[in-house]
Design a protein around this ligand. Structure first.
Ligand code: C2E
Ligand code: MG
Ligand code: MG
Ligand code: MG
Length: 284
């Protein structure tokens, strides 16, 4: 009897697994098709200097717009894209699209700013990763110093030395690196020494509770102070309120990104909100 029960259980389990597998397979196929049929779009979220509120950068964030149905958030498909390896071609599309958009803006006289692109660990595993990035920069005409690659803290730690060596050609060309979601991984300090990043993005979870929560405020203060003395650009993301903005500015945080200023928007909306005429007014 017990055996029968066990078998039943096992059957049930297999069925569930099977269902999950089929569902993932369906999503994988849909993602593949989305890439071929150009159903992905990038939204851009601006970053501003904390002191003068001038545009300093923008983060490119992917969304999936299927032919029918609502916009899909990256949280709902990036993990599967990473699992299946599809993140490699998708990530390449993101980089090419973001660089060509930024090059176009730069050429048309939008104030120069840095375009940030998120990189998955899986992409760094590719042996020709740096080569590909340099090729895309060449192709799109974006000067390397205008590109910032965001790597999540903890990602490069596993094979820190290897990853570093792989990224060296990019650093030498002037590509910038930011540690994303800082404070959520491990061994942050040794990591910082090794990775030679240019910027650090304080994880949103720390921003949520400042300045109200003294513990969190102390952590943010310490991160900003440490990053500042390491000469890293400190970026706060997920800043939603005036109080958060004021606190971060007063602590010496350099760049601010968040709904307090603007949600991620389409390229067209971004242009409308950051008119090129700013520059023309300044010119004689
Ligand atoms: P992330 O890189 O940490 O991006 C910041 C996320 O915070 C974005 O979510 C952004 O829309 C959101 N955000 C910005 N300001 C605020 C705010 O004031 N309040 C709140 N509550 N949220 C804010 P999004 O666009 O849904 O992206 C989620 C994550 O998906 C990203 O986190 C990133 O890890 C990943 N992702 C997005 N695009 C790409 C991509 O092209 N490649 C890869 N590999 N990952 C991506
Ligand atoms: Mg990011
Ligand atoms: Mg982040
Ligand atoms: Mg992230």
């Amino acid at each position: 009897k017990a055996k029968a029960l066990g078998r039943n259980k096992c059957c049930f389990h297999t069925k569930e697994l099977n269902r999950a597998f089929k569902k993932n397979l369906a999503i994988e196929q849909a993602l593949r098709k989305a890439l071929e049929q150009e159903e992905f779009v990038l939204h851009y979220q601006p970053q501003y200097g904390a002191g003068n509120k001038q545009l300093v950068g923008a983060e490119a964030l992917i969304r999936w717009q299927p032919r029918v149905g609502p916009l899909v958030s990256p949280a709902d498909f990036i993990p599967l894209a990473e699992e299946t390896g599809l993140i490699v071609p998708i990530g390449e599309w993101v980089l090419r699209t973001a660089c060509s958009q930024a090059a176009d803006w730069l050429q048309r006289g939008l104030p120069p700013f840095r375009i940030s692109v998120n990189v998955s660990p899986r992409q760094l595993d590719e042996s020709d990763y740096a080569e590909n990035v340099l090729a895309i920069l060449g192709e799109t005409g974006l000067p390397p110093q205008y590109l910032m690659l965001e790597i999540t803290e903890g990602v490069a730690i596993r094979e820190e030395k290897e990853t570093l060596a792989k990224l060296l050609p990019l650093k030498q060309q002037g590509v910038q690196f930011a540690i994303d979601d800082f404070g959520t991984g491990y061994s942050s300090l040794s990591y910082l020494m090794g990775v030679q990043a240019d910027a650090l993005k304080i994880a949103q979870m720390f921003i949520n509770y400042v300045p109200g929560c003294p513990g969190q405020a102390a952590i943010v203060k310490a991160i900003v102070a440490m990053a500042g003395s390491l000469k890293l650009t400190v970026i706060a993301e997920g800043v939603e309120t005036e109080e958060q903005f004021e606190f971060l500015r007063s602590q010496g945080c350099h760049w601010i990104q968040g709904y307090y200023f603007m949600k991620p928007v389409t390229a067209m909306e971004f242009e409308r909100l950051h008119p090129i005429s700013d520059r023309e007014e300044g010119a004689v």
